[in-house]
Design a protein around this ligand. Sequence first.
Ligand SMILES: [Zn+2]
Length: 585
Amino acid sequence: MVLLWFPVHAAKVWLRQWDVPFELTGWGMAGIGALVLSVLVAIVGRFLRKRTLLSAGVLWGVLLLAALFVSLGHLLAFASLWQLHFPLLLTMGCLCLTWGILRRWALLFWGPFMAVELLQFIGFHQYGSRINSLVLAETFEASMEEAMAYLTPLNLVLMVPLLLLVLLFIWLQLRFLSKCTRAELLNTGLLFCGLCGLFASCLRPAGQTVNYYWPACEVPELVKAVTEALTINEATINQVEGLPSPADKHSSLATLSGKEGVVLVLHIGESIRADRMSINGYERLTTPFLATCGSLLINFPTCISAACDTCQAQIAILTNGRRNINDKSPGMQPTVGSVIDLFAKHDFGVYSFFGRRCAQKLKYDRVVQLLTRRSAARFNAPGYPWTSIEQMQGVLAENSGKNLFFFVNNEGSHTPFNHYDRENPPFTPTTPDFQNPAAQAEEVNNAYDNTIHYTDEFFRRVAALLKGRPFVYVYVSDHGEFLGHDGRWGRGFLGQHPGLYHATDGCKVGMFVLYSPEFAALHPHFADALEQLRRNSTLTVAHEHIFHTLLGLFSLKTPYYDKALDLTSPAVQPYAGPHPPCREN
Ligand SMILES: [Zn+2]
């Protein structure tokens, strides 16, 4: 120790005298330790006539491999060029150490690791996001269709060089390292890791970033991202699973006897920004049908979405939760499950109509299944959303006098915006390609507007189907979308800037209530409630209001009801949670 302390202390004093930005840390000491050990092993090896360091030829090979690894696999390798030797040394060290310990089995680590790092490279340059827990959580719950949106011709073509590169890495490792002895590999690995530890940790800690230590820093990062993504999914599912049903407590419904043939449609829309609907002043006619509905339409121009994530928004809409479920402030978490359970309890036949989603085995699917568990039947609409209209028609024909609850949740305006009339798009030129939206801003924006126009046609067809029946159609979108708004595209960036969502108009979503004259005439309470709803439509409302408004509209009495959140009540309080400041026109 004394032998070690003296040169280190001397170096410290010497460095201080020149005022260079170096400072020996614990890691620096460890680096020196590894170096000294390596040199001692080399000296002992020499006495025993055993090689303990790689030959010059193999060293050049390892350097070449490390240079290839770092330049192609390390996303931020060239961010600060003067630090490039750190990842180089560490990669050489890690290669030697893993081969020294695992021999050829080391390829089981390096092959998949390089594939992931190359994928990260491709993903970052196209979509601007590294693999983090939110990206992974979204990937786990992506539908086949969403996943297919990323299987573009360019990405498929890029898979070929990716695969070839991984094979090249494997071949080079076999070529250079398979014939070396364990002693050579371990001792050389120690030497390189020691050098890196010494150099890197001599820097003042404030000047360092974790990126210098690739690939060693990357493995725990990836493991953390996967565990966090699984925890996000698990935590959400567990929370919803653990909620009691509101149907478990006493409740009563005085407005209906069960034989009126009322149809309540709750349509949770997908990705519709309020400012892109013509009923909210958008200059393009994206909602021509709604524009003709006159006094039967109650529009809410300022509705704040609870979360930028579909699953969380659905929880806030259907349960008594008031915010993003990660918001742990008092009173904001859901204490009870889906409002649909209550309508099912009071003799509404519940039917759910989804889009063509499939393969959503994780968060979204399980959560929406739980929230709509009282459905008598669930329908998917492969192909066109119009398939739901035929399915609804069948249900209506079989249940002419029965009260019905239709839950609708189809693809709507979700990226990559490919649900619209392709033969006759109202807004052109148009492309649903979300590969590089900024480069095709006009086409992608047109595609988005086309999807809203298409959804408006869906409203028209459902309303036509229900004509003559007492119906009320409640529509609310789950979250907004960014199409160059605030300089952003998509929603992936919100993973890194979660607070940004409620600071932008991206959190203002489409919401309206449409009803038939037969519904208003059915019971004096309905007429009064609708009038009050209209009076409250200029307020800033939010997802948190839907649960209580549905109860208030039908005068469904339950201990979970809160009149301060019921938009059909004069006692309602506007939304007071985070939302963007009002903009001057
Ligand atoms: Zn969504």
